[in-house]
Design a protein around this ligand. Structure first.
Ligand code: ADP
Ligand code: MG
Length: 516
C-alpha cells in the first residue's frame, strides 16, 4: 500500500484522476503531502435496556414512545448504570486489546442541542473505561500486508435523540427514543494515511465487533457511526496539521469518498497558499461535497465535570478476567486456524472468516462431512453456495440450507453417485425449497433422475452417437486440433443430460477419437 494522500487513487495517472464536485483531484504526483486520519467510532451496544434506565430501545417505532423521566432528564430522576452495558463494553475493549481500568468515571458533557433534553450528555472523559488498544489491519490483494492502528481509548456514553426534518411540514421535530441508548466510543490515534486504509480498518473493526457479538453494527439504523478527523502535512513531517472533522457519514463507502474529497480540498487549499481551519464539516452525500457545520469546540467548551448522580464505575480484576476468558475466537485467530486445521489457502480462510455465521456454516459442513476434503467443502461454500446467496441478496445462513444437507450432497459427489454438475442442480433445488422442502439431496437426485451414470455401455452409446453426428470435427481432431476434445466432452454430457461420469466419458471418448 502506498500510504500516500488519497491512497491508491493518489498513484493513478493524472489523466484518469476523477474530478470531485468541482474540486480537482490532486494526485500529488511529487508525493510531497500525506494525509493523517483518526477515527471516532460510535458503537451501539445491543443491551436489552438503555444505559441508565429500563426503557427498551427499538428502531423504527413511533417517536417518543421509548422514553421515561430518566432519559428525558426530568427533575428528580436519577440514573442507574446498566451492568450489561459495562459487560459488553468491556468485551469490546478486550477484543481490541485495550486495558480495562478498574475505576472509570462518568462525566457530564454540557452543550445545548434540541435532541439533548438534559442539556448534557453522560460520557466518560478524564477516566475512561479502557485505553491503549492495537489493531493490525490487513490490506492488499491477498491480505498479507498489515499496518498497525493504535486505539487510544474506548469509553461508555449515552446516545442523544434525533432531529427529524421530514415529518412535520416546515418544522423540525425531535424523537427521543434513542436518548440514553448505550454506546461505546472507540477513538483511534491518527495512524491512518489514506481513505483506502480507513476502509480496511473499518471493515476489520466491524468484523471484530460482529464476532464479539456486542452490537448489530447496522449503519443504516445508526448502530455504527463514524466521524473522521483528517489533516494533511508534508510527507516525512512528524507534526500534525490542523484537522477538520467530518460528520454525517452514512456508509463505509461514504466515509472513503468524503475523505477523498476533503483531502483533495485541503491539498488544493494549502497549495494555493491558504490554511486549513479547525472545523466540523458535514458530508453531503447527494452533492458529494462537504460544508461547514460549525467551528470546532474545544473540550473546555463542554465544561466536563464528574456526574454527581453517578458513583465511579468499579470493576474487579475477577470480572475483567472473566470477561477475558469469555472472549470468543476472533477473526484473525480463526483465519489462522482455518489455514492450519483445514490446510486452506490464506485467501480461502480470509473469505470464509469474513463473517462469523459464514465461518460457522463452513465448519458445520466440514464436521458433518468428516470423511471429506475440507478444501472441497471450501470450494463449494465459496463457489456455488455464495453464488446462490448473492443472486438472492441473502446471507448464506439465511438460505435455509442446512450444513448437514450440504454435507450429504458432497458425500454423494465423493462417492461418485452424482457428478458436480448434477450436484449443483440438486443444491439449487435444496435452496429453492427452503429447509427440507424437497427432501434430502438423495431424494432430489432420485426424483429428478440426476444420479450419475458410470455404466460403460450407456456412455459408449452416447459417445458413439456424438462421434457419428460430427464427422467433420472428428477429422479435424485427428488432424491435430486437440482442443476439440472439450467440444466432444460437452456434446456427450449434453446427451447424457449432465448425468454421465465425466471421468469415464473422457476415458472412453479419448480411446474412441484416437481409434479409427
Ligand atoms: P478533539 O479534541 O478535536 O476531539 P482529539 O485529540 O480528541 O481531538 O482526537 C479526536 C480524533 O481525531 C482522534 O481519533 C485522533 O486520532 C484524531 N486526530 C487528532 N488530531 C488529528 C490531526 N491533526 N489529524 C488527523 N486526525 C487527528
Ligand atoms: Mg475528542
Amino acid at each position: 500500500m502506498t500510504g500516500r494522500a488519497g491512497g491508491e487513487k493518489g498513484t493513478a495517472a493524472p489523466a484518469a484522476a476523477p474530478s470531485v464536485a468541482g474540486v480537482e483531484w490532486h494526485p500529488d504526483p511529487a508525493g510531497e503531502m500525506e494525509a493523517v486520519i483518526g477515527l471516532e467510532i460510535h458503537v451501539q451496544l445491543r443491551t436489552r435496556e438503555k444505559l441508565f434506565c429500563a426503557d427498551v430501545p427499538e428502531f423504527g417505532v413511533d417517536p417518543n414512545t421509548r422514553v421515561c423521566p430518566v432519559c428525558l432528564g426530568l427533575p428528580g430522576a436519577l440514573p442507574v448504570l446498566n451492568r450489561e452495558a459495562v459487560e459488553l463494553a468491556m468485551r469490546a475493549a478486550l477484543g481490541f486489546g485495550c486495558t480495562i481500568h478498574q475505576r472509570s468515571v462518568f462525566e457530564r458533557k454540557n452543550y445545548f442541542y434540541p435532541d439533548l433534553p438534559k442539556g448534557y450528555q453522560i460520557s466518560q472523559f478524564e477516566e475512561p473505561l479502557a485505553t491503549g488498544g492495537l489493531l493490525e489491519v490487513r490490506m492488499g490483494e491477498d491480505g498479507q500486508e498489515t499496518f498497525p492502528v493504535r486505539i487510544r481509548r474506548m469509553h461508555l456514553e449515552e446516545d442523544a435523540g434525533k432531529s427529524i426534518h421530514d415529518r412535520v411540514p416546515d418544522r423540525t421535530a425531535v424523537d427521543l427514543n434513542r436518548t440514553g441508548t448505550p454506546l461505546v466510543e472507540m477513538v483511534s490515534e491518527p495512524d491512518l494515511r489514506s481513505p483506502a486504509q480507513v476502509r480496511a480498518y473499518l471493515d476489520q473493526v466491524k468484523r471484530i465487533l460482529e464476532y464479539l457479538d456486542v452490537s448489530d453494527c447496522n449503519m443504516e439504523e445508526g448502530s455504527l457511526r463514524v466521524d473522521a478527523n483528517v489533516s494533511i502535512r508534508p510527507r516525512g513531517s512528524r507534526e500534525l496539521g490542523t484537522k477538520t472533522e467530518l460528520k454525517n457519514l452514512n456508509s463505509f463507502s461514504g466515509v472513503e469518498r468524503a475523505l477523498e474529497v476533503e483531502i483533495a480540498r485541503q491539498v488544493a487549499l494549502v497549495r494555493s497558499g491558504g490554511q486549513v481551519t479547525h472545523e466540523t464539516l458535514l458530508w453531503d452525500e447527494r452533492r458529494q461535497t462537504v460544508r461547514s457545520m460549525r467551528s470546532k469546540e474545544d473540550s473546555q467548551d463542554y465544561r466536563y465535570f464528574p456526574d454527581p448522580d453517578l458513583p465511579p464505575v468499579l470493576v474487579s480484576p475477577a470480572w475483567i478476567q472473566a470477561a477475558r476468558d469469555a472472549l470468543p475466537e476472533l477473526p484473525e485467530a480463526r483465519r489462522t486456524r482455518f489455514v492450519e486445521a483445514y490446510s486452506l489457502p490464506a485467501y480461502d480462510a480470509g473469505v470464509l472468516t469474513a463473517r462469523r455465521p459464514l465461518a460457522d456454516f463452513y465448519e458445520a459442513v466440514v464436521r458433518a462431512h468428516s470423511d471429506g476434503d475440507a478444501k472441497e467443502v471450501a470450494n463449494w461454500v465459496m463457489g456455488p453456495v455464495l453464488a446462490l446467496a448473492n443472486t438472492r441478496s441473502r446471507e448464506v445462513e439465511a438460505l435455509g440450507l442446512e450444513p448437514e444437507g450440504l454435507a450429504e450432497l458432497l458425500a454423494l459427489v465423493s462417492e461418485g453417485r452424482v457428478n458436480r454438475r448434477a450436484a449443483r442442480t440438486i443444491l439449487e433445488r435444496m435452496v429453492e425449497s427452503g429447509a427440507g422442502g424437497a427432501g434430502t439431496p438423495e431424494a432430489i437426485m432420485e426424483a429428478e433422475g440426476l444420479a450419475q451414470v458410470s455404466d460403460d455401455g450407456r456412455i459408449q452409446e452416447w459417445v458413439h452417437e456424438v462421434v457419428a453426428a460430427h464427422p467433420d470435427e472428428v477429422a479435424r481432431f485427428r488432424s491435430g486440433e486437440r482442443r476439440l476434445q472439450g467440444f466432444f466432452m460437452g456434446e456427450v454430457m449434453k446427451r447424457s443430460r449432465g448425468k454421465a461420469d465425466p471421468g469415464e466419458v473422457a476415458r472412453i471418448l479419448g480411446a474412441r477419437l484416437k481409434g479409427v
